[in-house]
Structure formats: structure tokens, C-alpha cells
Design a protein around this ligand. Structure first.
Ligand SMILES: C[C@H](N)C(=O)N[C@@H](CCC(=O)O)C(=O)O
Ligand SMILES: [Mg+2]
Length: 365
């Protein structure tokens, strides 16, 4: 099975409600979809969101990285040579992790199709059912409480509460939501870099003193502020998770050695795809550091790939934040992973199992 062509499209899917974090507000998924065609007629799919404020990737940079740097290396490549292909992708250019991720995901999809097995089985197997949290956007306190209660009614037992806008209001937001859902859902906070290290310690200790139990606090400080992250981690009981501070395996090794965080959030759009996500999971397992697997504003195309990784690496990926498809007004994909609110199930179809994607707008070659 050899690669003959790589075609790019734009996919737009409106969100159910605006997604609001300390970094940005998004109303519609607008992602680049990669379709890798082969001489056997098999097609593999991947997807890249343009999360410029986190990864630096834009639609233009994703398209340019694939067309000018990655695609020329892959035409004619044999899918069975998976490790050679992932190496070609990762070394095609610096950074551009979302472009690399989209192409790698499509290649792994084809690798599963080549051997007629669902991807997670090719990655080592596991229980094909996992449970995700759902994000509660940062907003007025009453709105966040109402959104949290509605999420619990939909069956979500873990809520990822976005904070990081105003330290005083963030403490009140969290207390109000905790009081409303206590005993029915676990709370994770994600400040998306919105606090200073001292503010984070103040807020988390205030919540601990008030008896608010948090499962974890994600990325309290600026991405580059590893010392600040370590400062927070050392001073609170609540586990601290690194998200924007770590992208690839080398950064993860540094973070673990520094003991700057307790948990690592792996995202395919930060790692450049599946090969480095697996490396990070294996490194974390060696050091006995827990991981979450997360996503950006993505549809079920690329989130499916993360689900396969989560299942295959469930020994170390103990927390799942793969709510992208649940945030979308509709699922543009036929076949593959089943996203049913908090419950995600992988079917037996080969690769990612995607049969068709509706609403693709092809980009001129
Ligand atoms: C969607 C997911 N629950 C999430 O919160 N992901 C990111 C932010 C994604 C984005 O801004 O596109 C995170 O910070 O964990
Ligand atoms: Mg985060």
C-alpha cells in the first residue's frame, strides 16, 4: 500500500455554545482535513485545528507545511514502513505540530487498514470503552453553575472548569459550582495560563481551606514559566497538571526531572501526532507520572486517533479530556469511534474506521 496523493479540505462545524477560555473564544470548528490516498484505493484521514494561541499553527501554516515540506517526502512511501514515515514527517520541518499530527493520524489510519485491525489493537490493545469529561466555559458564575448542572444531567461525572480570568471571581466560580454538583461530579480546573504563580497558590490554597476538593488544576501559569509551575506544585496539595508548558518528549523529560508538575496533558496537536504521544506515555510510565489525554477544538476525526492512543496506553493515561465531538452541533463523520456524551466506544473497523466525512470543502492543490 503506497501513498499516491495527499488532499486537503476545510471542515466547518458549529459548536453547541461558544467555547470560552482565558486565551480565546471559539464558535465554530474550522479545521484542515487531510486525506491520504493510496494505490490500493484505501484512504486515511487526519485533522488539524489552527490553535494559534497555543501551538502557533494557523490554517495557512498548516497547509503550507503539508504541501511544501511533508507531502513531497511521502509520495510513494510504503505504509508498512510506519516508523520510516513518521520519521520523515517529524523531520520535514521544525515545529508545525498540528500539520505533522494531521498527516501522522492519516498514516496510522492506513496502517490499521493495511493489517485490517482497529488502530488501538495495532498500538497494543486495551478495553475499547473510555469515559471523557466535558468543558464548562468561563463565564458569569450563574451561567457556569447552570452549564455544570446541565452537564451532570447529561451524564458527565467529570467537569473541566475553565478559569484564569480574574482570581477573585475564579475562586467564587469554583466554590459555587462545587456546591451545586458536589457528590455528583469531580471538578478539574483549567486556568489556561491565566494566573501568576503566587495567585495560583493563593487561589488553590483558598479552595483547599474551604473544603473544595479538586481532582487537579491544569496549567495555572504561563507556558514558559516552568519555575512558576514548580513553585505552585510544591506549595499545594491539589495535583497540578502541565498542558501548554509541554509539547514533545524532550520537554516532558525536563519537566519530570524538574518535578514541575504532577500530571502531563498529552495532546496530539502538541506532540505532532501519535508517535510522540506514545513516546511521552512510555516516558511518563517509566517515571510513574500520570497522564491525561486532551484535545483542542477538533471533531471526531482527530479525536478518534486520541481515543485509540488512550485505550492502548490506559495504564498511564488515566484521565481523558476528549470532549471535542460533544461540543460540536453534529458529527460530520460516518463510521469509526462512537461518541455518546461521556462514553466513547471504539468499533471493530480497521484503522480509525472512518467511512465518510460530510461537508468537506476541498482546497485547491
Ligand atoms: C477542548 C478541551 N476540553 C480543552 O479545553 N482543550 C484545550 C484548549 C483548546 C483550545 O483552546 O482550542 C485546553 O486548554 O486543555
Ligand atoms: Mg488545558
Amino acid at each position: 500500500m503506497r501513498i499516491t496523493d495527499i488532499r486537503l479540505s476545510m471542515l466547518r462545524v458549529p459548536l453547541k455554545t461558544p467555547f470560552k477560555t482565558a486565551l480565546r473564544t471559539v464558535e465554530t470548528v474550522e479545521d484542515i482535513v487531510v486525506a491520504i490516498h493510496t494505490d490500493t484505493g484505501h484512504v486515511g484521514y487526519g485533522e488539524a485545528p489552527a490553535t494559534a494561541v497555543i501551538t502557533g499553527d494557523t490554517h495557512g501554516s498548516i497547509v503550507e507545511a503539508i504541501r511544501k515540506f511533508i507531502q513531497p517526502r511521502l509520495i510513494g512511501a510504503e505504509i508498512a514502513d510506519l516508523n520510516r514515515i513518521t520519521q520523515l514527517i517529524q523531520t520535514a520541518l521544525e515545529k508545525n505540530f498540528s500539520a505533522k499530527a494531521a498527516v501522522e493520524i492519516a498514516v496510522y489510519d492506513l496502517f490499521g487498514q493495511l493489517y485490517n485491525a482497529p488502530l488501538y489493537k495495532m498500538l497494543g490493545g486495551g478495553d475499547p470503552v473510555i469515559t471523557t469529561d466535558i468543558t464548562i466555559s468561563v463565564d458569569y458564575i450563574d451561567k457556569m453553575v447552570a452549564d455544570s448542572l446541565a452537564a451532570v444531567e447529561r451524564g458527565f461525572e467529570s467537569l473541566k472548569i475553565k478559569v484564569g480570568k480574574d482570581i477573585g471571581v475564579d475562586i467564587e466560580r469554583t466554590k459555587a459550582i462545587y456546591a451545586a454538583v458536589e457528590g455528583r461530579a469531580l471538578l478539574r480546573l483549567d486556568a489556561n495560563q491565566g494566573w501568576t504563580a503566587k495567585q495560583a497558590v493563593y487561589a488553590i490554597q483558598a479552595l483547599e481551606d474551604a473544603g473544595v476538593h479538586l481532582e487537579l488544576v491544569e496549567q495555572p501559569v504561563k507556558a514558559q514559566d516552568l519555575e512558576g509551575l514548580k513553585y505552585v506544585t510544591e506549595r499545594v496539595h491539589t495535583p497540578i497538571m502541565a498542558d501548554e508548558s509541554v509539547f514533545g518528549p524532550i520537554e516532558v523529560i525536563e519537566l519530570i526531572k524538574l518535578r514541575a508538575a504532577d500530571i502531563i496533558n498529552i495532546k496530539l496537536m502538541k506532540t505532532g501526532g501519535i508517535s510522540n504521544a506514545i513516546r511521552i506515555a512510555d516516558i511518563a510510565a517509566l517515571y510513574q507520572v500520570e497522564c491525561m489525554i486532551g484535545c483542542m477544538i477538533e471533531t471526531s476525526i482527530s479525536v478518534s486517533a486520541a481515543v485509540h492512543v488512550a485505550v492502548a496506553k490506559s495504564g498511564v493515561i488515566t484521565k481523558v479530556d476528549l470532549d471535542g465531538p460533544s461540543l460540536c452541533q453534529f458529527n460530520p463523520v460516518d463510521g469509526g469511534v462512537l461518541f455518546n456524551e461521556s462514553e466513547i466506544t471504539i468499533t471493530d473497523s480497521p484503522g480509525l474506521g472512518i467511512r465518510e466525512i460530510r461537508g468537506l470543502q476541498p482546497l485547491a492543490a
